[in-house]
Design a protein around this ligand. Structure first.
Ligand code: NAD
Length: 306
């Protein structure tokens, strides 16, 4: 058995916090053969997650531990997915530093907090980093690995290796910035979309309907730089020559940080409920996951590996 395969069979992963993201991580790690220990402040929540993982992943090995020390004893990797508040995360990681084996990688699923703040009270911060997934982690296959200035290169390599082994595509963010890379890009798009609706430039329905075909289909298989590279006969530099100045002029007119007015929020909310009633949201999420899996299959993991 090759080294990676053998490790996948044996490396136990502790998941702390079993809400939306922790449960998704559970499905992703269990599908790759990792034994799991689950711990949530609400043990009922951890048991519900264990039940779902057991139901959906044949042969899953899942244990629930109400005691944090038991949850992390002997594990190779700890993936924290508790609430996104700095105080809760700092307190938990200070405890994990004492309880987890010194050899374990300690990873936070934080979406935007700075790793240096999350790990401020942690002895042994060289083994801690953020591993930020996309929702849901068992369907989306990218993860941002964000080290703090104290994280060791060996920890980055171990986390990237483990996460690649479960089919994730790691993007190492080399300097910590709020929101890392992908949420900054997403915030730019979302901020400008809210501004355009607030200004009456476009209706929420039409924006959402046009977005996939206008931007999403290409961005589903390649990033913005490759999109530019292919959009000019002679490639990226020719694109910059032709469109660079006008893009930069345009960006100076964006209002990505405009306040989200109550009127704009209400307009989007009404449009969304007309499109999908609240009671149908769960079914629509299942549809989203089927579509994302279909795109991933169609592109043979291009977004992931290409
Ligand atoms: N939801 C998303 O789209 C998304 C995407 C990527 C990353 N994240 C990040 O993942 C993390 C979790 O988000 P979520 O949406 O799953 O939250 P959630 O509210 O669904 O789940 C949080 C879980 O953590 C438990 N919990 C809270 N404090 C705890 C503690 N001290 N010890 C043990 N368990 C505790 C809660 O009982 C709950 O079950 C956050 O940091 C969030 O920013 C969320």
């Amino acid at each position: 058995m090759a080294g990676r395969e053998r490790r996948l069979m044996t490396d136990t992963v502790a998941l702390i916090g079993l809400g939306t993201i922790g449960e998704g991580w559970g499905l992703a790690f269990a599908s790759a053969g990792h034994p799991l220990r689950l711990h949530d402040a609400d043990t009922t929540r951890a048991m519900q997650a264990a039940e779902r993982i057991g139901r959906e992943v044949a042969g899953a090995r899942v244990e629930v531990r109400a005691d944090l020390a038991e949850a992390v004893a002997g594990v190779a990797h700890v993936q924290e997915s508790i609430a996104e508040t700095i105080d809760a995360k700092t307190a938990l990681f200070a405890e994990l530093g004492r309880l987890a084996p010194p050899s374990a990688v300690l990873a936070s699923s934080s979406s935007a907090l700075l790793p240096s703040a999350i790990f401020a009270g942690l002895d042994g911060a060289e083994r801690a980093l953020v591993a930020h997934p996309f929702n849901p982690p068992h369907v989306m296959r990218a993860v941002e690995i964000v080290p703090s200035p104290r994280t060791s290169e060996a920890t980055i390599a171990r986390a990237a290796d483990l996460l690649s082994g479960i089919g994730q595509v790691p993007l190492v963010v080399r300097k910590e910035v709020p929101g890392y890379v992908m949420n900054r890009l997403q915030a730019a798009v979302v901020g400008e979309a809210m501004h355009l609706v607030a200004e009456g430039v476009v209706s929420p329905e039409e924006l959402d309907r046009a977005f996939p075909a206008a931007l999403g289909w290409r961005w589903g298989v390649m990033g913005p730089f490759e999109t530019m590279d292919l959009n000019a006969e002679q490639g990226f530099e020719a694109y910059v020559d032709r469109f660079g100045a006008s893009y930069q002029q345009l960006t100076r007119t964006l209002c990505v940080d405009a306040p989200w007015t109550p009127e704009a929020v209400a307009a989007v909310a009404e449009a969304r409920r007309r499109a999908v009633p609240r009671a149908a949201l769960q079914e629509r999420r299942r549809w989203r996951d089927r579509m994302v899996r279909a795109v991933a299959a169609l592109t043979a993991g291009r977004g992931a590996r290409g």
